[in-house]
Design a protein around this ligand. Structure first.
Ligand SMILES: [Zn+2]
Ligand SMILES: [Zn+2]
Length: 108
């Protein structure tokens, strides 16, 4: 039986540079941008960039720009998660309908 997770991404989503599946690595935990676009300074203490621990333990302070950027990224991610969930729900309903139709038709 075909897995319901075997379907393609929503139209256009595959090209969305902000989509989670297009991130080489996870987005920066501090500014929310992809690693390439990260605006966080290097930590003078440990040399890490965009590590939340530096802001808790190594004395780094978030700039307004980082805060804004993170907030925007979180909003976008929520929006994209919502679209993904809606799409999954829709695909699941369509899959169930298809299965029901096949059953009616006497097929497996
Ligand atoms: Zn960052
Ligand atoms: Zn650090």
């Amino acid at each position: 039986m075909r897995s319901i997770f075997g379907w393609d991404l929503p139209p256009g989503a595959a090209d969305d540079p902000g989509a989670p599946w297009n991130q080489k690595e996870g987005p920066c935990d501090v500014c929310g941008l992809s690693v390439d676009d990260c605006i966080c300074p290097e930590c003078p203490e440990c040399g890490e960039q965009g590590d939340p621990i530096c802001y808790e333990q190594h004395g780094l302070v978030l700039s307004d720009e980082q805060r804004e950027s993170k907030k925007r990224a979180d909003d976008e991610r929520r929006e994209s998660d919502k679209r993904m969930t809606e799409y999954e729900d829709q695909m699941e309903r369509e899959y169930e309908r298809e299965m029901a139709l096949r059953k009616e038709a006497g097929e497996e």
